[in-house]
Design a protein around this ligand. Structure first.
Ligand code: 4GY
Length: 240
């Protein structure tokens, strides 16, 4: 999968040169190409921004410069995403959907934003990572690349995306490793028993409990068995 990132600050993307994403890049499963929008200024001072018509604070990125940067990477099958608080909120379902694309072009705004005409011309989809304002789209672009890459075949070694938070619409069950006793607390007995059916049932119950206690609104959107529903009812009575 190819990611082209249009940004004024390519140096901000160092975090993607570590760990799992670094390995996926080396294995050529993903390709992250950073394009410095400033390289496409034709001005003698390499100007990339200008004041807003109508007045107001700050500077806007110039449409002609952004458009030339886009033209240097565009392809027929690319999807162009603008990272902005005005976009649709990123969630795990959207992440999975994007992992099926072959070419994503991520447009990062900075300062007060980008001239609307080039947004209208080149952007297919606006995505937000949450309801707060950052200084630029670079961190959101990294969030998108990291989360989407995990779903690209071969990036994670095993089936680690199958059982994690949100894979089944629930939060994850708690996990434990050695030592068997830490801080006077023993690892739950069932996990040491080797009884796979019991372990599976315990984990499902803990995932339900975790979700009920921390993110109860997530339970609205998933199908539960009658047994699971009555377990939730039992937890509700406990908190009353
Ligand atoms: N939140 N989700 C976000 C953001 C910064 C000025 C446009 C967000 O996605 N992007 O806060 N972006 C602004 C900065 C230009 C993007």
């Amino acid at each position: 999968m190819k990611f082209d990132v249009l940004t004024l600050f390519p140096e901000m993307f160092e975090p993607l040169k570590q760990s799992i994403i670094k390995r996926a890049t080396e294995k050529q499963i993903i390709d992250i190409n950073l394009i410095n929008i400033r390289d496409f200024s034709e001005d003698k001072h390499n100007k990339v921004d200008d004041t807003p018509y109508g007045g107001g604070a700050g500077m806007l990125m110039k449409p002609d410069v952004v458009d030339r940067a886009y033209n240097s990477v565009k392809s027929k099958n690319a999807k162009v995403i603008y990272l902005t608080p005005q976009g649709k909120r990123l969630n795990q379902e959207k992440v999975k959907e994007l992992s099926k694309e072959e070419h994503l072009i991520l447009l990062c705004g900075h300062y007060e934003g980008i001239d609307q005409r080039v947004i209208d011309k080149i952007v297919d989809e606006e995505i937000s990572i949450g309801d707060y304002v950052l200084t630029g789209g670079e961190i959101p672009a990294m969030v998108l690349i990291d989360s989407v890459s995990r779903y690209v075949e071969g990036v994670l070694s095993n089936e680690s995306t199958d059982e994690e938070s949100f894979a089944n619409g629930l939060l994850e069950y708690p996990q434990y490793t050695r030592p068997e006793i830490f801080n006077n607390e023993k690892v739950p007995e069932v996990l040491i028993s080797g009884h796979h059916e019991n372990i599976k049932n315990w984990r499902r119950e803990k995932a339900l409990e975790n979700t009920f206690r921390k993110r109860p609104e997530l339970l609205e959107n998933i199908a539960l068995t009658d047994k699971e529903k009555s377990y939730i009812e039992k937890l509700k009575k406990e908190v009353q």
